[in-house]
Write a protein that binds this ligand. Structure first.
Ligand SMILES: Cc1cc2nc3c(=O)[nH]c(=O)nc-3n(C[C@H](O)[C@H](O)[C@H](O)COP(=O)(O)OP(=O)(O)OC[C@H]3O[C@@H](n4cnc5c(N)ncnc54)[C@H](O)[C@@H]3O)c2cc1C
Length: 419
């Protein structure tokens, strides 16, 4: 009997991890991307690999802070003028998600996806060129305000409920742990069991090569839509030409919404744009990834230099970048790391695939028997990716998923349709 086949749309961390797990489950994989492998959001993120990421962005209190951020041109959150009314339905649903009850449920679901990330990466990277790219490094959160780095009482409760180890640090202990930091931080939190990726792009491309060695076809082409018949997807339309498929997984990150609409499913995925700068030869490199919890960005030691990554901007998928947001990270670098050299700086922007309840979709397409959705990890896709891939492979193979997938149900937005 010939191998069962599956076509995966999107070669970011989710699509590539899904390829490897599906191969292990006995599928012949075709992975297709409109661009080079790993050049979507998975290219330039901060590389924080965080089993302890169990605190959603949408928690009570965020909407007291958010208007202040929006009014501050240098703030961590921006909605591009002209895009506000388009983003409004998403923002409205997000506001509704920021209740304590919803946030606690989201936190439990995040724990299910993130908790096993380091083990899942260890399985996928073993024996590949990516083997040394992930490490248990710990992560350090810092704030200039006393007592603020650990977040709200609810955030601390969520970490405690998930068994996430944290160590509170005062300014002296921060200095001892990370002497490269300026002495401006009054509170800190160490998450010793979190990790880092030394280069997310190298990681994704190395894993894709491993999939290729295992027999995957990697194709370049833009999927424009689907040919459907009798509740099944017969073919994907690639650059205008139909290509037959047996099963199809949509893992196209922030661009997935256009594809799911063609399958009759409205999934309100927004492009939540982020920016980074990567400083080659910075002279000063922290030993441990540092997150600035006041300005909401991460500082990551990479094998290509020091990367500062963050900011959230709603501007639409195809809007041109606003590079001022990346430039701001240069002054942040100087403020946090005295003596840092900024002679060789590259900048990047990418779209986080974000859903308004803070969770991805992971499961079978509601209206088509042989289509599956795996996207929407917003700020946490590098952490969720390897487990997402494992779970979608289990679902495609008809096995019982190893994670409770009810919170990630792709049909959940039909009940609260906002746009
Ligand atoms: C600034 C920033 C910092 C971040 N930091 C972290 C972090 O520290 N830790 C963490 O866990 N997460 C982080 N993230 C989030 C993380 O990067 C994303 O959640 C994750 O990369 C999403 O992966 P993906 O595979 O779903 O999407 P992507 O990597 O975007 O991949 C989707 C792919 O689909 C392709 N595609 C789209 N449409 C089509 C089509 N029609 N046809 C064919 N191909 C198509 C695209 O070309 C792309 O390659 C960060 C994100 C940003 C922007």
């Amino acid at each position: 009997m010939s191998e069962p086949r599956v076509t995966i749309i999107g070669a970011g961390i989710v699509g590539v991890a899904s390829s490897l797990w599906l191969q292990r489950a006995g599928f012949k994989v075709t992975l297709i991307d409109s661009g080079p492998v790993g050049e979507g959001a998975s290219f330039g993120n901060a590389g924080n690999i965080s089993p302890g990421a169990v605190v959603p962005y949408l928690i009570p209190g965020i909407w007291r802070e958010a208007p202040g951020w929006l009014l501050d041109p240098d703030g961590p959150l921006a909605v591009r003028p002209g895009y506000f009314f388009k983003a409004l339905p998403w923002l409205t649903t997000a506001v509704r998600s920021a209740t304590e009850e919803a946030a606690l449920a989201t936190s439990r679901a995040m724990h299910a996806l993130h908790g096993g990330t380091l083990e899942a990466y260890a399985t996928l990277t073993r024996g590949t060129e990516a083997e040394d790219l992930i490490e248990l490094s710990g992560q350090l959160y810092v704030s200039e305000k006393p007592g603020a780095a650990q977040g709200s009482a609810l955030a601390q409760r969520m970490r405690a409920m998930a068994g996430v180890k944290t160590v509170a640090l005062d300014w002296m202990e921060i200095r001892e742990l990370e002497p490269t930091l300026a002495p401006i931080f009054k509170s800190g939190m160490l998450l010793p069991n979190n990790g880092r990726c030394k280069n997310p792009h190298q990681l994704v491309t190395a894993l894709a090569r491993a999939a290729e060695r295992g027999g995957a076809f990697i194709l370049r082409g833009k999927v424009d839509g689907f040919q459907k018949q009798g509740g099944r997807v017969q073919a994907i339309i690639v650059d205008g030409k139909p290509q037959p498929v047996e099963r199809v997984v949509i893992a196209a990150g922030a661009a997935s919404g256009k594809l799911t609409e063609d399958l009759g499913s409205h999934i309100p995925v927004e492009a939540e744009r982020g920016y980074h700068i990567t400083i080659e030869d910075p002279g000063v490199v922290p030993r441990i990834p540092v997150t600035n919890t006041d300005a909401k960005f991460a500082c990551s030691p990479m094998n290509v230099g020091l990367r500062l990554a963050g900011t959230a901007e709603f501007a639409g998928l195809d809007a041109p970048p606003r590079w001022q947001r990346a430039e701001l990270l240069k002054s942040q670098a100087q403020r946090m790391f005295p003596g840092v050299r900024l002679d060789k700086v590259t900048r990047w922007t990418g779209n986080r695939p974000s859903l308004p309840d803070g969770l991805p979709v992971l499961g079978k397409a509601p209206k088509y028997a042989n289509a599956y959705f795996a996207f929407g990890n917003s700020h946490f896709g590098m952490s969720a990716g390897p487990v997402m891939g494992k779970v979608i492979a289990e679902i495609v193979a008809g096995e019982r998923p190893s994670v409770d997938v009810a919170p990630f149900d792709p049909a959940r937005f039909e009940k609260t349709r906002t746009s």
